[in-house]
Design a protein around this ligand. Structure first.
Ligand code: SF4
Ligand code: FES
Length: 384
């Protein structure tokens, strides 16, 4: 590697020696504020308050740094990113510095005028999440009355203003039998793509795991429906599908490997290798208020901790898949085993794998407990 190449990539030689180049995408969590209260929210249990949110000028700088670092894509997310009044300004800046923008939204705060303004500012793509296809159950899960109806309206407007649409369908035992209806809804709304993802158990979802875990039989049935729809709708609707880790045989290649592809910036400016990384409490996360994204990518101890294969336990180190799945998910190893440096127990080679399979089956067999809603931590009261 020549000095010129090092300068050109902007990535430290240590990273390049591990085969790591520039990050692909930034997930910008603009705000943790959100009118919904989904009990599977991927935000951390300790949410950043409004007073901690970065100012417009700081986000503009971070987005410029993302482009300088060679990223191509930014996901504007939250909480609910449309609570930010400066969203159009941030989108316009992304367009100016050459970043493709994907807005991940619940949709409930949008209308045709604002969508039009976002489109004019240069927004490239919109993802709208749905809690269910049945109105009353969807509003119950999201903890927001009238939310489902509003989402349908907004999803139609996305196409009307000329933006491409992806539907996010988060699946679990309380809506899994509607998987076919979700696909039909995506077609009706004119979506190009649907992401059907089983709940991943981190943060709020881990607190609510027993309320969401399907049985293995339920999961198999849903998988069959998805596979046949994929065949039937080839060329018409792209269907992405994610199964729950607890029933997997090999772990997912989480985040494309720790610190290899993505950067997350929380509303307060903390920069993480993945959205759930705060559960690994011994890590120290650097802030974009103190360091540039480029410095963090190359030098942050949190990013370097589980990069490559050196940190791996002997089981993964000696495994032929070590550079395919990178040992699975660090947050899951932490959540289930209390040690982020363990093999992800979603791997069937892990001595703990059978325990999590049994745990999932026994939780799924019992009646679901009441939700613990995001923002109502500790409460089991369902909102009216
Ligand atoms: Fe992946 Fe480790 Fe399992 Fe091998 S042992 S498949 S590297 S998690
Ligand atoms: Fe954090 Fe998998 S969710 S590494």
């Amino acid at each position: 590697m020549t000095q010129a190449q090092v300068q050109e990539t902007g990535v430290s030689p240590a990273l390049q020696a591990m085969g790591i180049g520039r990050p692909l995408a930034l997930l910008a969590e603009l705000s943790h504020r959100c009118p919904l209260q989904c009990p599977y929210c991927s935000n951390p249990l300790e949410l950043d308050e409004r007073s901690k949110e970065m100012a417009t000028k700081d986000w503009l700088r971070v987005l410029s740094e993302a482009a300088e670092l060679g990223m191509h894509q930014v996901h504007l997310s939250g909480g609910e990113p449309t609570v930010r009044k400066d969203l159009e300004e941030l989108v316009a800046h992304c367009a100016q510095v050459g970043l493709y923008t994907n807005l991940i939204t619940s949709g409930v705060l949008l209308d045709e005028r604002r969508l039009g303004k976002l489109k004019e500012s240069g927004l490239d793509h919109v993802q709208v999440s749905f809690q269910d296809t049945e109105e009353s159950n969807a509003d119950r899960i999201g903890g927001y009355q009238g939310g489902h109806r509003k989402k349908i309206e907004v999803a139609k407007l996305v196409g009307k203003v000329g933006l491409p649409l992806t539907i996010n369908a988060v699946m679990h035992r309380q809506n899994l039998e509607h998987v076919d209806d979700f696909i039909a809804l995506a077609l009706r709304l004119g979506a190009q793509r649907i992401e059907i993802a089983q709940v991943q158990y981190y943060g709020w979802a881990l607190e609510n795991r027993a309320a969401f875990m399907p049985t293995y039989a339920q999961l198999q049935k849903a998988t069959e429906v998805v596979e046949s729809a994929r065949e039937r709708l080839k060329g018409q609707l792209e269907i992405d599908y994610v199964v729950p880790d607890y029933y997997a045989t090999r772990p997912k290649n989480c985040m494309g490997g720790w610190g290899r592809q993505f950067m997350y910036v929380a509303p307060s400016g903390e920069c993480l290798p993945c959205h759930a990384a705060k559960c690994i409490t011994h890590l120290r996360f650097d802030s974009v208020m103190e360091h540039s994204l480029g410095w963090i990518w190359s030098h942050s101890s949190a990013f370097n901790k589980y990069r490559g294969t050196e940190w791996m336990p002997p089981l993964c180190k000696g495994c032929e898949r070590r550079e395919i799945d990178w040992g699975g998910c660090r947050c899951q190893a932490m959540a289930l085993l209390g040690d982020a440096a363990e093999t992800d127990p979603a791997c069937s080679l892990s001595p703990h794998h059978k325990d999590i399979f049994q745990l999932a089956e026994s939780e799924a067999a019992a009646a679901p407990p009441p939700f613990i809603y995001r923002r109502l931590r500790g409460s089991s009261v369902e909102p009216p």
